[in-house]
Design a protein around this ligand. Sequence first.
Ligand code: NDP
Length: 788
Amino acid sequence: MNKIAQIFESLEYGPAPEGADQANAWLDAKGRKFGHFINGEWTAPGKVFASTNPANGQKLADITDGTADDVDAAVKAARKAFGGWSKLSGYKRGKYLYAIARMIQKHSRLFAVLETMDNGKPIRESRDADIPLVARHFYHHAGWATHLDREFPDHAPYGVCGQIIPWNFPLLMLAWKVAPALAAGNTVVLKPAEFTSLTALLLADICDRVGLPKGVVNIVTGEGDTGAAIVNHPDVDKIAFTGSTEVGKIIREATAGSGKGLSLELGGKSPYIVFEDADLDSAVEGLVEAIWFNQGQVCCAGSRLLVQESIEERFIAKLKARMAKLRVGDPLDKSIDIGALVAPVQVERIRDLMKRGVAEGAVVYEADGALPEKGCFLKPALVTNVSPANTLVAEEIFGPVLVAMSFRTPDEAIALANNTRYGLAATVWTENVNLALDIAPKIRAGVVWINGTNQFDAAVGFGGYKESGFGREGGREGMGAYLKPNWEKDLKKAQAVPAIAATAAKNPLDGGIDQTAKMYIGGKQARPDSAYNRPVLGPKGELVGEVGDGNRKDIRNAVEKARGALSWGTTAAHTRAQILYFLAENLEYRRDEFAARIKAQTGVDGGEEVDLSIERIFAFAGWADKYDGAVHNPPMRAVAAAMVEPLGVMGIIAPPSRPLLGSIALIAPALAMGNSVVLVPSERSPLSMTDFYQVLETSDVPAGVINIVTGDSVALAKTLAEHDGVDGVWFAGPAEGSAMVEKASAGNVKQTWTTRGFDFDWAHPRFAGEYFLGKATQIKNVWIPYGA
Ligand code: NDP
């Protein structure tokens, strides 16, 4: 039989190697030794570490381990460049981004080969997924730069952005960060991951080639310490981080109180749900993509298969048959499905996790066939016989390991899907569009793919819920994350509120009846757990009433009730609007009484504050059904519905000033967007909000949607910030309290907003606008494919 006939007979793959000549030529031209790219120049290499090809262990180049001084030089260069760059017109900045996009396309093969050599991912993926998406991000953001003034009026860039990225999508993560930062007019200091610096360094060459002004993009290579030096540098205005949840928490704590902007794209353990009516062959193919794309080293990998019990056996059999056909090997071979993991240490880490899982009862299936003798390879693995508590189900493995569990009903699927501290992505397979669109909003994740998986686009935001982080990359929301309102820079430090000593002066409202206000928890008045009260003093030190002295237990009870009221978030926006209107109306009936109470506590006539509060509730009643999502049209046969969802349970600590408006200004947007709230009203003047119970009770606000705990603001804020059942905290108060809240929030990576000790004019109409709406919500993108 001749050779061709033999090939037809066996249908074996032949070798299809991609040439590495150009990538090697580029490395040779650089002497295979790199310094940093700072202020448009290459620095001399310092202390170096080796970058190796994980597929064969060969050294590719020496990379400089950046010191704090290197970071400082880069930040100085970025600061110097910021003035000129941010003042360029959006059109001119857009032209630079466009030039970078074109250069990436022009050199796409070089980038793809270099990425594969450095990272180990199959050339098929770097060539067809990573690099085209990189170019797409620069194109897309060239457009944003051009339209920035129109689309984000009265906004300014942060300044110098410190950006720290992981090794799994080295150039793509760079593009997701650098493109929007530059479009907005920021300058950047970026640190690639220690294992994979090369394509970032090649991009530095491109920045040079397109004549990007010096210092606009600075690349400092190094390890974790170098990243920490960027995070802690006092002249960095924003940190954008992608990496592990563990390091994300360290960064959250390190930046607390610094005023630095922060976005965190962290880990995941995403569910892949297959219903019995799914197109099973497509779902198997999708699963291959979900868990074995990039060897499973994907933050949003569909690593938890949840398959309906009725089809479990059939589906697993199909999956095993498919696994037997997956080809593991040289990533530069174009016919390889699974390449090398990034480094030996990752292979060891995964093996250790597998051992733990097996010791806990897991059963591991791997297809037959040998692995290459050298290099960081692992076989694709399917893990069964696991409970939700098994290490392999609970921990992010970040490797080619799929765990499978079954479910019976859609409700059970949702419960299992949400049974994780992460919330990055989810995949749903069903031919029933009604079921898919019912499931998607119930999954707590930033991205939901229906009948598809791992789809990304620059126009569609990507980012997590829960411990998968906060902030979005891509889309309008990703662009907005690199801008802040102009007025924020004009804020003045708030004056410390002088203490008032109690006197014997007579309380103007004193009618001789006991005036101890209780807490308001789960729609009922509740006595404080401590059984202690706190006096409320008027401006002359007179006793105007007493409130309960709330403690951790009161907060815990309130959070529990608030969690029980989360269905407020799925109540029709029109209904929420009506309830808020009714609240405004009922407050208006009692205007004089509330005005007198404000006067008793502050000495200031309260009529205007009550009117402003009514107007503010009215404003957010109006917003409830208008702050809407969008439908994106990514360049594939799909639409992505960007749905605006509430954060969940919010802890809100009201400012000491403005006893009524201070609380209303914060709770109204939170409620309008569907959050349930635990409010700590003004510590000094809480009586306006304890009076407010009666308005709530007459306004059809469901029990548990607003809970009010009085007491020491900072102590209660700490409990709220530390509580894992709280999804977001807003704190209006001193700088130290703000820093404490930000730090304490790291435990479950909750979103925070704090006044940082600045003086906010709560009466200003800007706070009746979108400012707080964005902070009270997060965007979930639901990808829906089309085509017969
Ligand atoms: P790490 O968090 O360890 O590292 C991420 C980056 O941070 C690297 O550049 C690293 O440097 C640097 N770094 C490490 N320690 C510190 C520190 N204390 N301060 C500042 N920077 C530091 O994650 P991996 O690189 O191991 O990446 C894997 C993780 O990233 C996974 O958990 C994955 O889920 C997550 N990830 C999330 C994505 C998302 O979009 N949500 C996307 C991709 C990955 P160095 O590595 O050089 O030491």
